[in-house]
Each structure stands twice: as C-alpha cells, then as structure tokens.
Design a protein around this ligand. Structure first.
Ligand code: 13P
Length: 250
C-alpha cells in the first residue's frame, strides 16, 4: 500500500519570517497526519525551516541542486551542502528549470544520481506542454523523460525516488488535468517504470500529480488509483489552503 505524499513547492516565494510562521501554523495540523508532508523551500529559508520543523511531522526539501559535489560553479548549491544542514528532499527537473534554465534530461539524470549519492530523496518532475498534448504525444513525452531521468539508477534508488507528473499547461494556470487524464498519464509512467525496473518497483513507487491542485480538486485527484498525492505550488503558500489539501479526506 503506497502512502500519500503532499509536497509544497514554494518556488521563489516566502521570506524566512513568513516561512517560520507558516511551519509553526502547520505543525499542529499535521501532528497526527498519516500523510507525508514536505515543504520545498527556497535556499534562504532552508536553515530556518529545518529548525522550525524539528520534532514535527513536516519534512523540508530544497528545489534544486548541482550535479557536482564541489567546484567552480558560482552561485550553485551542492548535495553535500544540502545534506550538511539536514535537507531530506530535493525537487529535480521542475519544468520551470527545464524551461528557464535549460536543464536537459541529461542534467536531470546527473542531478538525480547526485541526490541519491548523498541520500537526499529526489522529487523528479516530468510533464508535457499543451502542444505536445494536443498532438497526442503526452504519453510519449513523459515516458521518455522518465526513462532518461532514471537511466543508470538501481532498483533501490528508483524506489527512493518520488515522481511528480506536472503537465506544463496546468502549472499556475488554474487549469487542472481532469482526474481521469492525470490518472491515466500517471499509469503510463508507472507502466514504463514496470518495464524498466519490474512490476514490484512500479507498484511501490510514489507518483504525484502537480498543476493547479486546490482544496476543491484535491480529493478527486488523490482518490484516483494511481495518484499518490500532489506537488502543490500556489496553494502551498496559503496556510489554510495547504491545510485543506493535506486534510483532503477529512
Ligand atoms: P501550481 O500548483 O501553482 O499550479 O504549481 C504547480 C507546481 O509547479 C508545483 O511544482
């Protein structure tokens, strides 16, 4: 039985004081939660957030890392750096990074390997553009992305990887994939993982949906057979909305 994972992606939002207030507010809400709750915060919030989330049910993640451990990469942050302060999760290959920072499938793959090398759980994102969907290529695009992202990983590493299916046309647009469309895209990712790593891995790997998840659609999405929770952008910035998403089945 796969557990549900609700992850917030704050993107480039939230100053440290707001981050601490948010985590303090969320702490009692998730005290007895059976769901795994993760907040992926900006680098400048990490340390404060980790302190605020100590002894709570909230896990803290970063939104990116570099594919090398150390070196002359001005402005970059590495896996050992994240690990040294206690970061447990990292988003890799978000479509905004693929689009604005030209992250290729090869870079995404290198970053995944680096995260695993330092025992940081990656949340790897895949998703098609609106054009690709309209041309009937969505499944081909996302299964290719997943194959390239996971290339060279062991079964154990794939099992420790969280996948997020985020159709690009649904991110920040208010347009959500229908629960059936999201579920069938996620099923095709699961099938691909089954072909590459075996049915047992496919059955266990956690796959989230992301793209305009809100309190009003969370229950329908997260109740689908293959959707194991969500990666939430805008609605993870508002405590009440994020709480209602976490408590989607109450
Ligand atoms: P929104 O929930 O704002 O659409 O963002 C989704 C996302 O990109 C999460 O990584």
């Amino acid at each position: 039985m796969r557990k549900k994972v609700i992850a917030g992606n704050w993107k480039m939002n939230m100053l440290p004081d707001a981050a601490i207030r948010f985590i303090d507010g969320l702490t009692p809400v998730v005290k007895d939660s059976q769901n795994e709750v993760i907040l992926c915060v900006p680098y400048t919030d990490l340390f404060y957030s980790l302190l605020a989330a100590q002894n709570t049910n909230i896990k803290i993640g970063a939104q990116n890392l570099h594919w090398e451990e150390f070196g002359a990469y001005t402005g970059e942050v590495s896996a050992p750096m994240l690990k040294s302060i206690g970061v447990q999760y990292v988003i890799i290959g978000h479509s905004e990074r693929r689009q604005y920072f030209k992250e290729s499938d090869d870079i995404v793959n290198k970053k995944l390997k680096m995260a695993h090398l330092h025992d940081i759980k990656p949340i790897v994102c895949v998703g098609e553009t609106l054009n690709e969907r309209e041309e009937g290529k969505a499944v081909e695009v996302i299964t290719n992305q997943i194959e390239k992202a996971l290339e060279g990983l062991s079964k154990e590493q794939v099992l420790k990887t969280i996948v997020a299916y985020e159709p690009i046309w649904a991110i920040g647009t208010g347009k959500t994939a229908t629960a059936d469309d999201a579920n069938s895209a996620i099923k095709s990712i699961r099938e691909k993982i089954g072909m590459l790593y075996g049915a047992d891995v496919a059955e266990e790997v956690i796959i989230l949906y992301g793209g305009s998840v809100k309190p009003t659609n969370a229950k329908e999405l997260f109740s689908m057979s293959d959707i194991d929770g969500g990666l939430i952008g805008g609605a993870s910035l508002k405590l009440e909305e994020f709480e209602n998403i976490i408590n989607y089945n109450k």
